[in-house]
Design a binder for this molecule. Structure first.
Ligand code: HEM
Length: 279
């Protein structure tokens, strides 16, 4: 054992820094923990606000992973794409776990701060919209609420015009010799992706291949995991909303639960689900 071992064990952390701590410089915890400005006096509002902020941060990380995956697919780098998709599934699990504090609000508890939210709604989340755009759920009208925020608007507009994660997947499948129709490859990227029978056949071929340990199958399953977890987020949101406000209209002006039910019914990467009936 070395002579300096006891010292090393007893050594206390440094206390002395010329300016702010290196931790603060990196994490900006002082900024992050002073961004909470509740709009009511209700003590229950803080967790609603922080959960929303936490989810915004997870959306940001997940968008980063999917943009990484899309870029890697474009360069035929499947290992990097698969690693990013895998990380995103763990992040989606954490995102979904953050519903816990809001999953059992009673209408009275929610009402205690609901009116203070005014017309504010998660529907106006630009980062969530980028996430939906990456999945192929494009819509130019979703940019309209962000006209007053130039940076946000520019980021969203770029995301609207760019190939989605799913577009990059389909382009890669075409480069690998699978029968992806030209109409899909040349589609107007700013439009919502519409499921096609030919792509369903492509996935059925990937799933039906003799070799069950191919890169493409791993890609298909990673995307299926992502799709399932996004679907779970939408459904957890739906159930939390149903518990907190029944069938009242939303603060964002929609029909509320009925509108969310329609959104939650959509399959993410639709042909990955329907192809299973044909394998
Ligand atoms: C229990 C609390 C919540 C309730 C009652 C609720 C309610 C609603 C309702 C009614 C809508 C439909 C649009 C509208 O008319 O407002 C909506 C949309 C949305 N909410 Fe929530 N929400 C809750 C919590 C959250 C949280 C914590 C987030 C996290 C950011 C969130 C994110 C969203 C998003 C992204 C949409 C748009 C979904 C889409 O475009 O498909 N919500 N919410």
């Amino acid at each position: 054992m070395s002579h300096d071992a006891p010292d090393a064990v007893d050594a206390a952390p440094n206390l002395d820094f010329a300016g702010t701590t290196p931790y603060e410089d990196y994490v900006q915890a002082d900024v992050l923990t002073h961004l909470q400005h509740p709009l009511s006096d209700d003590p229950g509002e803080m967790v609603f606000l922080v959960t929303t902020q936490v989810m915004e941060l997870w959306f940001t990380v997940i968008v980063h992973e999917w943009e990484t995956a899309a870029g890697a697919l474009r360069e035929d780098d499947l290992p990097v794409a698969l690693a990013a998709l895998k990380r995103s599934t763990y992040e989606l699990e954490s995102l979904n776990a953050s519903w816990k504090p809001l999953a059992h609000l009673t209408p009275a508890q929610f009402n205690a701060y609901r009116s203070a939210l005014g017309e504010g709604s998660g529907f106006q989340s630009a980062m969530y919209r980028r996430l939906e755009f990456l999945l192929g759920e494009k819509s130019a009208s979703m940019l309209v609420p962000h006209r007053g925020a130039p940076r946000v608007y520019a980021e969203l507009e770029k995301a609207l015009q760019e190939p989605s994660l799913y577009d990059e997947v389909l382009r890669l499948l075409a480069r690998r010799g699978l029968a992806v129709p030209a109409a899909v490859l040349d589609r107007d990227l700013s439009q919502k992706y519409e499921p096609s029978a030919e792509i369903e056949e492509v996935w059925a071929a990937v799933y039906g291949a003799g070799d069950q340990d191919t890169e493409l199958l791993r890609l298909a399953e990673a995307l299926t995991d992502v799709g399932e977890l996004v679907w779970r987020w939408r459904n957890d949101h739906l159930v939390a909303t149903r518990r907190a406000m029944g069938s009242k209209v939303g603060t964002g002006g929609s029909a509320g639960v009925a509108w969310l039910e329609k959104r939650a019914r959509k399959n993410v990467f639709p042909e990955l689900w329907t192809a299973r009936s044909h394998v």
